[in-house]
Design a protein around this ligand. Sequence first.
Ligand SMILES: Nc1ncnc2c1ncn2[C@@H]1O[C@H](COP(=O)(O)OP(=O)(O)OP(=O)(O)O)[C@@H](O)[C@H]1O
Ligand SMILES: [Mg+2]
Length: 399
Amino acid sequence: MAVYQHFSTPIVRRLRRYLADINDGFNEAISGMAVIQKFRQQSRFGEKLGASSRVHFQARMQTLRLLLSLFSAMVLCGLLIQFGFSSVGTVGAGVLYAFISYLGRLNEPLIALTTQHSMLQQAVVAGERIFELMDAVQQSYGDDSRPLAAGSIEMDNVSFSYRDNQRVLDHISVQVPARGFVAMVGHTGSGKSTLASLLMGYYQPDEGEIRLDDRPLTSLSHQALRQNVAMVQQDPMVLADSLYANVTLGRDIPEDEVWHVLEIVQLTALATALPKGIHSTIGEQGNTLSVGQKQLLSLARVLVKPPKILILDEAAANIDSGTEQAVQRALRLIRRHTTLVVIAHRLSTVVEADNILVLHHGETVEQGTHEQLLQRRGRYYQMYQLQLAASEDEPVSAI
Ligand SMILES: Nc1ncnc2c1ncn2[C@@H]1O[C@H](COP(=O)(O)OP(=O)(O)OP(=O)(O)O)[C@@H](O)[C@H]1O
Ligand SMILES: [Mg+2]
């Protein structure tokens, strides 16, 4: 055991590190699944995990080979001591066979019992989980892979529920021309993010239809949908990689363009303060960044290659008013090529929208421009007055 320990310790240490790499990889891939799929990085992550698994396998085989050679050496020594140097003289094949088999019988059951019992238990539990996952319904896409030409959106009487008889969206109709700017406001849980998920094609509406450029969303291929429709989420995913890799996400984008978008989202100061600039590594889950900085980073990701339709779900919720104004300026630039769908609680973000949809329990209760909705003195007017009163110290920038 001492000899085994001496030789195996360095290998086992390496093994642990490899196992941690595999677990980290899985953790990152699973928790960041949405981002990975959105930017179609499945194969890159698959290869990375494959490489970690291979080195882990090789190290594990090394320990097993070591154990096997030591065990063989022990048996050989036992044979030599028992029969080689004793005065018994010649030993019959039967005695030799019996000796070896008894030696084996001493160890085998003990080892086999402990390892196989725990393996069996793990396998049963793991198997149940894997089959549950394999039996789950898969998201389906169409096969029309032509890119979107303009980026207009049309929602026609769209209704949706996650579970039976619990309507989350109720007959929503809206038309957004190409390069238009539509905003969605409403109380928490009113269905704004659900509407964004439908636009991303994550779920199919129960009733009605969504059309992008007059083409049904369901007919678009995976590639056409993901390359043309992008979303910046409320809680962005940050990889434990460099700032540069976090912005490009495997796409071929030159460094100066990355610097350019970092300037637009006002992250240049952060990037230059880091020891290796944009090549400095950001901690796991972006824990060295503030939530606002993470939101700006995920905005930078879509700004380097603007899609035809951009959905911002509370993308400016944790950003200070000054930075928000810079982001607004960036969005005004983007609108030359992109249709904007903005979900916001902070109404100052949406005053410039061509059309504001006020959602209440999944229904559109009001619709119009900021001025029109203020004149109506309805729900939007109330929300606006409440926000004005709440931000007396920090006046709403757009008044
Ligand atoms: N995956 C889900 N499964 C079941 N119900 C869900 C799911 N996601 C959201 N819901 C429910 O659907 C309703 C609408 O949720 P949604 O996330 O669209 O609200 P929201 O308007 O975006 O709210 P917020 O302003 O807080 O982001 C809520 O009542 C919520 O509980
Ligand atoms: Mg939401």
